[in-house]
Write a new protein. Structure first.
Length: 313
């Protein structure tokens, strides 16, 4: 069966993630050590025994989630004795998870991915003063309906569809008042739920343009190699292996829609039968089952889950 490795994004983090992995496998421990050294920050201590509020700061969340995902991937490769292309035909990541996917596929070094995600988090927070932006999840309406609602409330202020996560789960992003208006309108139009999210900035909206400029400059100075398997890119919902194009897409991704539902359908069309989620939580596996019920899903984070996976490869 053709397999794709997927990598989670913001919202999957929790205190304690990766700790059991680091205690069980040297390969995982070394990933966390390298990230700590690169950032001159004891990020692993924050992840394992810190305050949730501090872990939830986007500049910490982003490199932390990437570290867990890459640690899982490196352990699987080491313990199986196989290369990534022997285990998966594609990689894909949700938002920041795209950096995890590229690090796993050898495009970014672990150090570069760590630095870029720290900067990405800081740049996103700088782009819009706290309290001016918001995001909300709209459940029970399809993507086109939500896009229409976002367009209707966007007059002097902006509201956009930020994440097309799965059938009937779309996240909107923009100015606080416009997002609140969209939540009201979505409820009137039959949304099962429409709720503001506890986030610190309006990610994946045009309000993130200053952050996109910062990432363009940062990515220009990084040596990005061809990934060992194709990346299914967020803003394309299709495959790419071209380093220059990947850099361009990572810049566009800051302000663009995460087309996750379409990305999963693209992988299915390309013959993928199993999505293996590497890293914290099971968010992507849950979304995949709603997008296409024929897909098998596996979530891998703990030593036990790694062992179970290796017994089947």
């Amino acid at each position: 069966m053709t397999t794709a490795f997927t990598f989670p994004g913001q919202g999957s983090q929790y205190i304690g993630m990766g700790k059991e992995l680091a205690e069980a496998f040297t390969a995982a421990k070394e990933v966390f050590q390298e990230v700590d050294e690169t950032l001159s920050q004891n990020l692993s201590a924050l992840m394992w025994s810190g305050e949730e509020s501090e872990l939830n700061l986007t500049e910490n969340t982003q490199p932390a989630l990437m570290a867990v995902s890459v640690a899982v991937c490196r352990v699987i490769l080491q313990e199986s004795g196989k290369s990534l292309p022997e285990l998966a035909s594609y990689v894909a990541g949700h938002s920041l998870g795209e950096y995890s996917a590229l690090a796993a596929a050898g495009s970014f070094t672990l150090s570069d991915a760590s630095r870029l995600l720290k900067l990405r988090g800081q740049a996103m927070q700088r782009a819009v003063p706290v309290g001016q932006g918001a995001m909300a999840a709209i459940l029970g309406l399809d993507f086109e309906e939500v896009q229409k609602i976002a367009s209707e409330v966007s007059n002097s202020e902006s509201c956009e569809a930020a994440n097309d996560n799965s059938v009937g789960q779309v996240v909107i992003s923009g100015h606080k008042a416009a997002v609140a208006a969209a939540v009201s309108l979505a409820t009137e139009r039959g949304a099962k739920r429409a709720v503001e999210l506890p986030v610190s900035a309006p990610f994946h909206s045009t309000l993130m343009a200053p952050a996109a400029e910062e990432m363009k400059e940062a990515l220009a100075g990084v040596d990005l190699k061809t990934p060992c398997v194709p990346l299914i890119a967020n803003v394309l919902a299709d495959e790419t292996v071209d380093p220059a194009q990947i850099k361009d897409l990572l810049v566009k991704q800051v302000t663009g829609t995460v087309r996750w539902r379409e990305s999963v359908l693209t992988m299915r069309e390309k013959g993928v039968g199993c999505l293996v989620e590497l890293g914290a939580g099971k968010v992507l596996s849950g979304l995949a089952r709603r997008i296409n019920k024929e897909l098998d899903t596996v979530s891998i984070e703990t030593p036990e889950q790694i062992e179970a996976f290796l017994n089947n490869v």
